[in-house]
Design a protein around this ligand. Structure first.
Ligand code: X8Z
Ligand code: ZN
Length: 613
């Protein structure tokens, strides 16, 4: 997630505003234009100008309240954040309703004003109903869910452990009983959140309906410069493009797990046991790459081990990420980034460890918040978060409502696109490895990448499929868990290691559900990052296989990227995509090109196996 406390994200997160008297004054002087004055193109412009001014000021206050709650969870910081969020939500809902009053003259408005009015209408992630007390109730629920998840701990081998402890053990353990205990332990933190989650869904849906949407899912799908109904089809189209590759990977990995653990633990057919894949949600499988590495073709680069051997610590990991961006011409991070970021888990207090990037003041106060460990996975995440921060800084001079990613998938894709340049050649250049594996190791390199990039795709899609069903009422509260596992089976082909029931609330064990962060953005980003990366490699004149391209040090690539980032949200995303890649469509051909040799290889490996589940 990014917490991007500028005007646009204030709306998006439902964040904002603070304290008593100030808030009342702000509410009192909120623009009344649309209600009192004639609805004209001029009044629309002055309405927007006032909204942008209000929201810019409020963003910083909200950001600070949220930051302190996320880095120091107590009763008091939760109270302060919820109060701030409730006030801003009330204001933003009011603005959204006022924005709708200009619909009648939409064709007389200049494109910029029309776009800003639209952004106001779709800006809230969780809109509150207008009735007295509803915004406060929604904000209390949302802060409480996020905090409950973040404080989650469970007993393992006689000790209370956190999610980051559990994830590290899970990445390295090859003991099915231990893996099952870790999986079950973490999922036990979620059932207490179910009732509050259901309440939150009810309230936010009521708010969405007041704004003219069918439900919250309809509102979320409306943020992509196309009709909401077309967007759902668009995600299915992209999934259809990559599904055959996922199915080959699933088949190959299941075979390897069967060979390792035997039929009693992992059968040759059917879904894969979710706790065997090296990640709590089976969303990325890179940590179990050693179990599936192709003999003779493995590159032998264990990045986690190499980082440790070269005495990397979390700070050095972040400095290395910054150095990459500097090498392509981005200005260094400000001094305050280093003094104000949370790079490791602090002792003695509860924090939100799920990684995020923050823009506190829409000027220079950008920060990350992570509980970084020295692993390949967190090295990737460091680049991911920095991508958000460089994006935020690039669009800071846009007007308030245009400070945002071209779409939210773009925001999630930038750091990842850069991290695709972490090739063996690059690692050798920065001294992490001593020699570059030759092309006979390409299949190993590609398989390792696919374990993260391809494995993630169905998960990236299904999280919001579940939420869309929940928001629309297609899935009732009493069927939450059943619906979750239907989707996980259908799309990922994974199964829980022990029987589940409606006494469980497994979606709640994934951060973005209690954290109320839309998830389709990550699915889009997996596709988009390869489109961006291929465009950058073409621009750099790269002639070799795509996966060996690193644009480290290429200032031309950096300049063109900076130009796209600066555009922010001011143009429909197809314009931004076209300017950078030459196409107006999100499309899987770049990711397909990247993994083409692997796909052929997997098909050969899977010959004679019965694939699917
Ligand atoms: O939540 C994140 C980032 C923060 S925006 C760490 N990601 C998703 C996840 O962890 O589930 C990045 C990949 C997918
Ligand atoms: Zn992110």
């Amino acid at each position: 997630m990014t917490n991007i406390p500028n005007a646009r994200s204030i709306l998006r997160k439902g964040l904002m505003l603070a304290g008593g008297a100030t808030a009342l004054v702000l509410a009192a002087c909120a623009p009344q234009t649309a209600q009192k004055d004639a609805v004209t193109p001029e009044s629309a412009k002055s309405f927007i100008a006032e909204v942008e001014q209000q929201l810019t000021g409020l963003g910083e206050e909200a950001a600070r309240a949220s930051w302190i709650r996320a880095t120091y969870i107590t009763e008091d910081t939760q109270w302060l954040e919820a109060r701030t969020v409730s006030r801003i939500t009330e204001l933003a809902v009011k603005y959204a309703k006022q924005a709708a009053s200009f619909d009648a003259i939409a064709d007389r408005l200049d494109p910029g004003t029309r776009r800003k009015l639209h952004l106001l209408k779709i800006g809230l992630t969780l809109p509150a109903p207008g009735r007295e007390g509803a915004a406060q109730e929604l904000a209390d629920l949302s802060t409480d869910l996020d905090s409950t998840y973040s404080k989650g701990k469970f007993e393992f081998k006689g000790k209370m452990i956190t999610l980051d402890d559990a994830s590290e053990i899970m990445a390295n353990s090859r003991n099915p009983e231990e893996l099952k205990a870790l999986w079950t332990g973490w999922h036990s933190i979620a059932p207490p959140m179910r009732a509050n989650y259901a309440k939150l869904v009810g309230l936010a849906n009521e708010g969405a309906k007041e704004l003219g949407f069918a439900d919250v899912g309809d509102l979320w799908r409306g943020g992509y410069d196309m009709p909401a109904a077309d967007f759902a089809k668009e995600t299915d189209r992209l999934w259809d493009q990559v599904k055959p590759l996922y199915q080959e990977l699933h088949c190959y990995v299941r075979g390897a797990l069967n060979a390792r653990y035997g039929d009693a633990v992992q059968a040759k057919t059917g879904p894969i046991r979710a706790d065997l894949l090296g990640n709590m949600w089976a969303q990325e499988w890179g940590t179990i790459y050693p179990l599936v590495a192709p003999k003779g073709q493995d590159s032998g680069i264990d990045l986690t081990a190499r980082l440790k051997a070269k005495a990397y610590d979390p700070l050095k990991m972040v400095k290395t990420g910054e150095a990459f961006f500097s090498s392509i011409g981005f200005a260094p991070l400000p001094e305050t980034f280093w003094t104000r970021s949370q790079i490791t888990r602090p002792e003695g207090r509860d924090v939100v460890c799920h990684a995020s990037a923050w823009d506190i003041d829409a000027r220079d106060d950008i920060r990350i918040k992570m509980c970084t460990r020295v692993t390949a996975e967190d090295f990737q995440t460091v680049h991911h978060e920095l991508g958000h921060n460089y994006y935020q800084r690039a669009y800071k001079d846009q007007s308030a409502l245009f400070r945002g990613g071209a779409n939210d998938g773009f925001h999630e894709a930038i750091g990842d696109m850069v991290a695709l340049s972490i090739t063996p050649a690059y690692l050798k250049q920065i001294g992490v490895i001593d020699a570059e594996p030759d092309s006979s190791k390409d299949i190993g390199l590609l398989l390792e990448q696919a374990m993260d990039k391809i494995a993630f795709l169905p998960f990236g899609l299904l999280v919001d499929k579940w939420r869309w069903q929940v928001f629309s009422g297609e899935v009732a509260t009493e069927n939450y868990n059943d619906a979750w596992w239907k989707l996980r089976t259908q799309y990922q082909g994974v199964a829980a290691p022990i029987a589940r029931s409606e006494a469980d609330f497994d979606p709640g064990a994934k951060y973005h559900i209690p954290g109320n962060t839309p998830y389709t953005r990550y699915f889009l980003a997996r596709i988009l990052q390869f489109q961006f990366y291929k465009a950058a490699c073409d621009q750099a004149g790269w002639k070799g296989p795509l996966h060996r391209c690193s644009f480290y040090g290429n200032k031309e690539v950096g300049a063109k990227l900076q130009a796209m980032l600066e555009t922010g949200l001011s143009k429909p995303w197809p314009d931004a995509l076209e300017a950078y890649t030459g196409t107006r469509q999100m499309d899987a051909s770049a990711i397909a090109e990247y993994f083409a040799p692997l796909k052929t290889w997997l098909a050969t490996q899977n010959e004679g196996r019965s694939c699917g589940w």
